[in-house]
Write a protein that binds this ligand. Structure first.
Ligand SMILES: *[C@@H]1O[C@H](CO)[C@@H](O)[C@H](O)[C@H]1NC(C)=O
Ligand SMILES: *[C@@H]1O[C@H](CO)[C@@H](O)[C@H](O)[C@H]1NC(C)=O
Ligand SMILES: *[C@@H]1O[C@H](CO)[C@@H](O)[C@H](O)[C@H]1NC(C)=O
Ligand SMILES: [Cu+2]
Length: 165
């Protein structure tokens, strides 16, 4: 026969474990891209197609994976990106893999500055959204409701078992 203290401890354990299992929402996503000259015929849209369904949120990390010395990563203005004017680069990253922390919202324009690589399609623009706080909150509260809903029957069962046996 269970006593009140046993039940109280069980309740605490179950509640604590459900709290611990609640997922973290602020985790930054990591997007890895194989940074190459696209082999496809539609080379100029290769990278935009690749990420057509990807959402980039503030503080996500973009990883350009390439072999140092074979490619690099430069940032460009919108116009220089369009024209592959890589000589007007703002920043240069030359060690692969290059990790870029997307620490501001808005458009980023990346290209490889090796001769002809950009015009052969090795260019990528991403639009970083500030949505990491608001839309991410919705799934989070749904998740914690679900986990609370799932916890309650489990709690009753544990108590019932404890009382019965
Ligand atoms: C390739 O480009 C053509 C013409 O621009 C387009 O119709 C087709 O959908 C593209 N294919 C892919 C896989 O992007
Ligand atoms: C980077 O590219 C290399 C060579 O293609 C590959 O072995 C490695 O798994 C890639 N790394 C990531 C994080 O994708
Ligand atoms: C954002 O990241 C860049 C390099 O990725 C860095 O130079 C800059 O200081 C960062 N800005 C902030 C506000 O953290
Ligand atoms: Cu390149």
């Amino acid at each position: 026969m269970a006593n009140i203290a046993d039940i109280a401890i069980l309740v605490l354990l179950v509640v604590a474990s459900s709290l611990a299992a609640t997922p973290h929402t602020t985790e930054a996503a990591k997007h890895v891209v194989q940074w190459i000259i696209p082999a496809s015929q539609n080379s100029s849209s290769f990278y935009s197609n690749l990420f057509a369904n990807t959402k980039f949120n503030l503080n996500d990390i973009l990883v350009f994976n390439y072999t140092t010395g074979f490619h690099n990563v430069v940032t460009l203005s919108k116009d220089d990106f369009k024209d592959c004017n890589v000589k007007k680069k703002m920043e240069t990253f030359e060690t692969g893999p290059t990790m870029i922390e997307l620490n501001r919202t808005g458009e980023y324009y990346f290209a490889c500055a090796f001769p002809f690589h950009c015009s052969l399609g090795q260019k990528l623009s991403v639009n970083v959204m500030a949505s990491s706080s608001s839309p991410a909150m919705a799934p989070s509260s749904t998740a914690s409701h679900l986990s609370a809903a799932a916890t309650f029957p489990a709690l009753l069962m544990v108590i019932a078992i404890n009382i019965l046996f």
